[in-house]
Design a binder for this molecule. Structure first.
Ligand SMILES: CC(C)(COP(=O)(O)OP(=O)(O)OC[C@H]1O[C@@H](n2cnc3c(N)ncnc32)[C@H](O)[C@@H]1OP(=O)(O)O)[C@@H](O)C(=O)NCCC(=O)NCCS
Length: 202
C-alpha cells in the first residue's frame, strides 16, 4: 500500500521501534532521495548501500539506539546515535542523525523520532547529545531546538560540498542528569577509571 502525505497527518499512529536489517532498503531509499534532490538547497553526500547495515551492527555492538518510524507497516523515517568521539573520556556523549521520508515531511515524524532517540540514549546512561546541522537546514535546526537542543557553536566553512564552503551549527542537549551528577556507577572514592586520564589527545 502506498500512503500519501495526508494519510500520515490524518491517520497518525506512527510507531517508533528499533530498526532491523530488513529495514535497510527503506532507510537507504529515504537517504538516497536527499542525495539526489537535496532539500531546501542543502546537499547530502552519497552513501554506500552497505553503510547502513554496517552502522547498525556497530551501533548494536555499542548498545546505541538505531530507530525507525513506521506508519502502517512502512518505514517513513529513521534516527540513530553514534559516539561523539572515540576517546574514552567522551563515552557518555553521542551524536545524532535523523532522516524522514520526503513524502512525510512536516507531519510530526521528526517530533516523534528525535524524542524517542533522546529517551533511549538517556536510558542507556548517555549524558549529552550533539547534533551538527548545516546552517542552511532550517527544518533540522528548528526540530532540534523544538526538542530541547540549544545552539552552542557555528563552525564556519568546515564543509566543502558541490563547489562551495558550508557552515555547520553545533547543537547540544543534556540527557538525564547531564553534567550535574557523575555518570551512573562512577566510584567517587578517588578511583581513576578509563577516560579520566587527563593528557588525552585525538
Ligand atoms: C529535519 C527533519 C528530520 C524534520 O523532520 P519532520 O518529520 O519533517 O519534522 P516534524 O514534522 O516532526 O516537525 C517538527 C518541528 O521541526 C520544525 N520543522 C520541520 N520542518 C520544518 C521546515 N521545513 N521549516 C522550519 N521548521 C521545520 C518545526 O519546528 C516543527 O514543528 P511544527 O511543525 O510544530 O512547527 C526532516 O526535514 C528531514 O528528514 N530532513 C532531511 C534530512 C535532514 O536534514 N536530516 C537532519 C540532518 S542534521
Amino acid at each position: 500500500m502506498t500512503l500519501q502525505y495526508d494519510d500520515a497527518k490524518t491517520q497518525g499512529d506512527i510507531i517508533v521501534r528499533p530498526s532491523t536489517d530488513a529495514d535497510s532498503t527503506a532507510m537507504i531509499a529515504i537517504y538516497t532521495r536527499y542525495v539526489t534532490h537535496g532539500l531546501h538547497g542543502v546537499a547530502f553526500e552519497p552513501m554506500q548501500a552497505d553503510d547502513i547495515k554496517r552502522r547498525r551492527k556497530n551501533m548494536l555492538k555499542h548498545r546505541l539506539p538505531h530507530l525507525v518510524a513506521e506508519l502502517h507497516g512502512m518505514v517513513i523515517g529513521y534516527a540513530y546515535a553514534v559516539p561523539f568521539r572515540k576517546r574514552p573520556a567522551y563515552r557518555y556523549c553521542v551524536k545524532n542523525s535523523i532522516y524522514v521520508h520526503e513524502s512525510y515531511l512536516r507531519s510530526g515524524v521528526g517530533r516523534k523520532l528525535l524524542p524517542a532517540l533522546i529517551e533511549a540514549c538517556a536510558g542507556a546512561g548517555y549524558r549529552q547529545m550533539i547534533a551538527y546541522v548545516d546552517s542552511e537546514n532550517a527544518a533540522s535546526l528548528s526540530l532540534h531546538e523544538a526538542c530541547g537542543f540549544r545552539r552552542v557553536a557555528c563552525l564556519e566553512g568546515v564543509g566543502f560540498r558541490f563547489g562551495r564552503w558550508t557552515d555547520s551549527v553545533m547543537l547540544q542537549r543534556a540527557l538525564g542528569e547531564g553534567a550535574t551528577t557523575p555518570p551512573t556507577g562512577y566510584a567517587a572514592a578517588g578511583l581513576r577509571r578509563i577516560g579520566d586520564i587527563s593528557m588525552e589527545s585525538d
